[in-house]
Design a protein around this ligand. Structure first.
Ligand code: G6P
Length: 607
């Protein structure tokens, strides 16, 4: 994916806005970053680095890089390894400079054609094709050149382009990847999201696929794919709190783990009645006639779908399916009448989930309800209904409070549908809601286990592998625990349903293999205990997060951390907190970059 920011300032230098924008876009990738500016005369000046934006800022200051027009980029490598030559802005000669977010699928054929025309390539990026293509079409009008160049591109892109011969102009274009225009007091801007421009613009235009934006001397004109002018809505977006203050915490991930009681409390609404209007419908019984729920998500958001599936079945008595967006979007899915399609996403921009939502709509699915942490996101705009979680900005790449607040939203949805279908009476509903309201306190109880978890981390951080196991409602929590561990500590970790160990993973179990267990005091406990015995019989080392009253005992090879009492159907939210803390402390001991783990990014806007 990558983040792009660009603009034409009317009075001051564009550089501070570009650097501020890049800092706010680092969540989209941090393999390299760079900036290029135009001054009144001469070729664009560029600075690129493999370090973070902070270091770029120091270099830019030292070089006294200034100018009214510029483009900037933070990269998540797709084509070509992280290297200065592959860092954006990418040039064609000294005339055209481009930043790009997306993937050009027909880059090989286009590269050959451009080489045949005499172009030489200095990078391994697909972006360089765009730069040379624009150069090949340039006859004094950058808008016309971009318009002609993008006609032959296949794939996804958001680009911003500057040209030496038009020092007060930036052209932006999008197809598939996000791009917004920001209108500010001192000029016009482009960026991958509104957050990047929050300091310099208050009004925004969300470009649509096929749009080209012409920022000329700070004015904005938009044309469509066919070249005709088009007027798009201008929206005012309130600035999201940057939440940049770490306070007493060492990392954003740690802060966000500890924010969960508050985030959950904020997400639980003050309920007067439990009906569909909670999810943005006008009609309180909009979910009548729904007989199945299809949830779509990637990464951690997919695991919240998997967790909630059991709630829809047991609480609402409704068929429920959880699908990985990247798989679902390419399946010959057979739509069924009466399905509520529920995309789940922290960012609301994840390319695969957005495409999965659009695919569902193309199949005739009309009832779509996005659960998302960003109110103005593409998925919220694309979907018929929405529930916006109140986790607040999540900065750590590994998702934590977004997960627990998504689960709150899904739990409320299960209750709403269950109530509407007559599966829950008033007393049952009230009891479940009381449990939900008590969740922040219960989460505090789970967080209080941190010292014991830190002691486990001392042992586990030297391991190369780990297995996470759970059953039933807690199996997705084992998956999430393993994901957290691998993404931030780089320990190879797998999540498995405990009942499946004997069908393969037991072969991996030796005394060098820690097996980390989520053991709630639920109806599957005895089955789980048998699975744990199977591990012990092979010398496996057990690390068990267990509820009080599970009658498990510490023994050689069995370490236990007691959670507060069994918290019923909401118990997964407590156990996951223990796994988040475990991954966090293991990662700290291994010295990884916890908030920006290698090769990953927070928002994945390429497929
Ligand atoms: C990336 C992030 C994960 C996140 C996933 C889905 O992989 O690193 O933390 O779960 O994307 O993102 P979304 O914004 O759609 O929830």
């Amino acid at each position: 994916m990558c983040g792009i920011v660009a603009g034409v300032a009317q009075r001051s230098s564009i550089v501070p806005a570009l650097l501020e924008g890049l800092k706010r876009l680092e969540y989209r990738g941090y393999d390299s970053c760079g900036v290029a500016v135009l001054q009144q005369h001469g070729a664009p000046r560029r600075i690129r680095t493999l370090a973070r934006v902070q270091a770029l800022e120091t270099e830019v200051r030292a070089a006294d890089l200034n100018g009214s027009t510029g483009i900037a980029h933070t990269r998540w490598a797709t084509h070509g390894m992280p290297a200065i030559a592959n860092a954006h802005p990418i040039f064609s000669g000294d005339q055209i400079a481009v930043v790009h977010n997306g993937i050009i699928e027909n880059h090989e054929a286009l590269r050959e054609a451009l080489i045949a025309q005499g172009y030489e390539f200095a990078s391994q990026t697909d972006t360089e094709i765009i730069a040379h293509l624009i150069h090949s079409h340039y006859c004094g009008d950058l808008l016309a050149a971009v318009h002609n160049a993008i006609r032959v591109l296949k794939g996804a892109y958001a680009i911003a382009v500057i040209c030496k011969d038009e020092p007060q102009r930036v052209i932006g274009a999008r197809q598939g990847s996000p791009l917004v225009v920001g209108l500010g007091a001192d000029g016009a801007f482009l960026a991958s999201d509104t957050f990047a421009l929050a300091r310099c613009a208050s009004r925004f235009i969300y470009l649509e696929d096929g749009d080209i934006a012409d920022l000329l001397r700070g004015d904005v004109r938009i044309v469509e794919r066919d070249g005709g002018p088009v007027v798009r809505d201008v929206r005012t977006v309130a600035e999201q709190p940057a939440n940049a203050d770490l306070g007493a915490y060492r990392h954003y991930m740690q802060k966000e783990i500890f924010e969960q009681p508050l985030a959950v409390a904020r997400t639980v609404p003050h309920l007067h009645s439990l009906d569909a209007t909670l999810f943005g419908t006008a009609d309180p019984v909009a979910f009548a006639g729904i007989d199945s729920v299809l949830m779509l998500g990637c990464g951690t958001s997919y695991f919240s779908a998997l967790t909630a599936r059991a709630w829809f079945e047991s609480i609402a008595g409704i068929a429920a399916h959880a699908e990985l967006s990247s798989e679902y979007r390419y399946r010959d899915y057979v739509p069924q009448r009466g399905t509520l399609v529920v995309p789940i996403s922290q960012s609301g921009e994840t390319a695969d989930t957005l495409a999965a939502l659009r695919y569902a709509q193309s199949l005739g699915e009309e009832r779509t309800l996005t659960i998302c942490n960003v109110a103005a996101s593409a998925m919220v705009r694309q979907s018929r209904w929405a529930f916006v979680t109140q986790a607040g900005p999540e900065i750590g790449v590994a998702s934590t409070k977004a997960f627990t607040t998504q689960l709150v939203a899904l739990f409320l949805l299960a209750l709403t549908i269950g109530r509407q279908r007559g599966r829950l009476n008033a007393a049952q509903t009230a009891a479940l809601l009381r449990q939900l309201v008590g969740l922040p306190d219960a989460l505090r109880g789970a967080l209080a286990r941190e010292p014991q978890i830190m002691a486990w981390a001392q042992e586990l951080h030297r391991k190369d592998h780990a297995l996470f196991i759970g059953r039933g409602l807690h199996y997705p929590i084992a998956l999430e625990g393993a994901l957290k561990m691998k993404e931030i500590s780089y320990i190879h970790a797998e999540g498995y349903p405990a009942g499946e160990l004997k069908h393969g993973p037991l072969a991996l179990v030796t005394d060098a293999m820690p097996v980390i267990v989520t053991a709630p005091n639920d109806i599957l406990l005895e089955k789980l205990k048998s699975n744990m015995q199977e591990v012990r019989a092979r010398g496996g080392q057990l690390y068990v997060i267990a509820d009080a009253n599970t009658h498990l005992a510490s023994a050689p090879g069995v370490r236990l951390i007691w959670m507060p009492d069994y918290y019923g159907v909401l118990s997964p939210l407590l156990h996951v907190v223990a796994f988040q803390l475990l991954a966090y402390h293991v990662a700290c001991l291994r010295g990884t970059d916890v908030d920006k783990p290698r090769n990953l990014a927070k928002s994945v806007t390429v497929e």
